[in-house]
Write a protein that binds this ligand. Structure first.
Ligand SMILES: *[C@@H]1O[C@H](CO)[C@@H](O)[C@H](O)[C@H]1NC(C)=O
Ligand SMILES: *[C@@H]1O[C@H](CO)[C@@H](O)[C@H](O)[C@H]1NC(C)=O
Ligand SMILES: *[C@@H]1O[C@H](CO)[C@@H](O)[C@H](O)[C@H]1NC(C)=O
Ligand SMILES: *[C@@H]1O[C@H](CO)[C@@H](O)[C@H](O)[C@H]1NC(C)=O
Ligand SMILES: *[C@@H]1O[C@H](CO)[C@@H](O)[C@H](O)[C@H]1NC(C)=O
Ligand SMILES: *[C@@H]1O[C@H](CO)[C@@H](O)[C@H](O)[C@H]1NC(C)=O
Length: 418
């Protein structure tokens, strides 16, 4: 049921900009007396081009790859009054502290159900966020999060978790959508630009009056956009707690469209960059594909039957189809159909599959937390995703890594995948 809804990632294989010659550091090129304003809607462009003016750019590695490690369903704070709850949390920290130094990801995603909100206390629930992000702070790895159905409960909300994360994690890239976007208790809709290189100015307001203009443009254009969506669910805050819709709100559809239009204005057509989306509860359309899984082509644990509550808008049958507005907009505004890939997750599912009507590949994550339902035989671990910017057709390499280091379900997601 809804209590145990999953977590997912959707992704598109991206088309990238090939590596050019080494571009000298901007600070050595820019002479302030030589700066002229760009003939652009500067305010919009500045905002769209760098939503993180005070943080380091997220970039591909010098070897041309970009690795994301996804920790999903950490379920912190379960039964803190028992011995086993805190022991689970200690185990989850151990898992993070084992995986992070060995995988050395360029970016980490916490894909929902950070906290088992039903067991949280009003006075101290957000302190759990401090513990969750501690290994990321220590390792100084940039990250961002989605929130899940367990993160909206009587004593905790998505917004409270996001605010706390922003306060205590200097390298958190989690944001909230503008007011009015996301619906009730669904603020966590945003995107993070990923650049080829760290060099270059983070603001696009000026360029040098010289032939460096082209270089500057390349340097200031992301090659990959990570999208994050809030699939809500769970229960509202406070004494009169009631069920919250379990889908990405319709208002997000128009927001995706306007953000995409602004990106196109600033950076050119969507084919210039890749896109990868993370959402906690998978869109409903994934559900019917499970019946035809082929464990050779689509390897990975398949122990959770998708049903009511484990895909969007299904805890109440009357709501089926409510996630269509979001899903259609996301696909309509996504990059090149040719390389359309996509992704997702339930605690007991690990597979990736192509959804034929939108031609998108979904992948389930791996249950990373010792909290939450599951079976110890499933193991605990992460999904890794590696992009190669030098060969877009190579797609994304992705696999499940268990805490102990074992590799499972390693597949290449590209135009040929299934
Ligand atoms: C914590 O991890 C240890 C070692 O894997 C395991 O034996 C133990 O059952 C785990 N405890 C809980 C509460 O998950
Ligand atoms: C919520 O927090 C309050 C105050 O800390 C606590 O008394 C209560 O047991 C918590 N849980 C629920 C489900 O209300
Ligand atoms: C919150 O308070 C409860 C009740 O005192 C306690 O059991 C729990 O461990 C506390 N949680 C945190 C994160 O401090
Ligand atoms: C909660 O619901 C009860 C019963 O419907 C009502 O009397 C009370 O005013 C409500 N409290 C809040 C804070 O809305
Ligand atoms: C499953 O996939 C494998 C590898 O592509 C293929 O050889 C096999 O025929 C497929 N099985 C079914 C039942 O389609
Ligand atoms: C996954 O498979 C690819 C292609 O076979 C291989 O190159 C890569 O090393 C594998 N990755 C891991 C982590 O085993």
């Amino acid at each position: 049921m809804g209590l145990f809804a999953s977590c997912c990632i959707l992704a598109w294989v991206f088309k990238c900009i090939a590596y050019g010659a080494t571009i000298p550091s901007r600070t050595t090129l820019i002479n302030p007396e030589n700066l002229i304003p760009l003939h652009l809607a500067t305010e919009t462009l500045a905002t769209i081009s760098d939503p993180y003016p005070d943080k380091p750019r997220i970039t591909f590695s010098p070897d041309g790859t970009f690795k994301i490690t996804v920790f999903s369903d950490m379920h912190w704070g379960e039964n803190p009054w028992d011995a086993w709850g805190p022991e689970q949390d200690a185990n989850s920290t151990r898992l993070m502290e084992t995986v992070l130094p060995s995988e050395k990801p360029d970016f980490v995603v916490l894909n929902g159900d950070l906290i088992t909100g039903e067991n949280a206390f009003k006075d101290n629930a957000t302190l759990l966020i401090d513990r969750i992000v501690a290994p990321l702070n220590a390792a100084q790895i940039p990250f961002s999060s989605t929130q899940g159905n367990h993160d909206n409960q009587k004593n905790i909300t998505h917004l409270q978790e996001i605010i706390r994360e922003q306060q205590v994690a200097p390298l958190s890239y989690t944001r909230v959508a503008p007011m009015g976007v996301g619906g009730v208790e669904g603020p966590g809709n945003y995107w993070v630009p990923v650049y080829e290189k760290a060099s270059g100015m983070s603001h696009l307001l000026f360029h040098q009056k010289s032939d460096t203009q082209r270089e500057f443009h390349i340097d200031s254009t992301p090659i990959l956009i990570l999208w994050f969506f809030d699939s809500r669910g769970g229960f509202s805050y406070g004494d009169n707690s009631s069920a919250i819709p379990d889908w990405v709100d319709e208002s997000v559809a128009a927001w995706i469209e306007s953000e995409s239009a602004a990106m196109n204005d600033a950076w050119g057509p969507p084919e210039n960059r890749g896109a990868l989306a993370f959402v906690h509860i998978p869109p409903h359309i994934i559900q019917k594909l499970q019946a035809d899984l082929n464990s050779t082509k689509e390897p990975g644990l398949n122990a959770d039957i998708l049903g009511s509550g484990s895909t969007q808008s299904t805890t109440n049958e009357a709501n089926v189809g409510q996630d269509d507005a979001f899903w259609n907009s996301l696909n309509a505004n996504s990059p090149s159909k040719r390389f359309l890939i996509s992704f997702f997750a339930d605690h007991g599912d690990e597979w990736c599959i192509r959804e034929p009507t939108k031609n998108v590949i979904f992948c389930f994550d791996k249950h990373a937390g010792y909290g939450g339902y599951g079976d110890p035989s499933w193991g605990y671990g992460v999904r890794n995703l590696v992009f190669s910017s030098t060969d877009p057709k190579a797609g994304i390499q992705t696999w499940i890594r268990l805490e102990e280091g074992d590799i499972k379900a390693n597949v290449t997601l590209n135009a040929d995948y299934t």
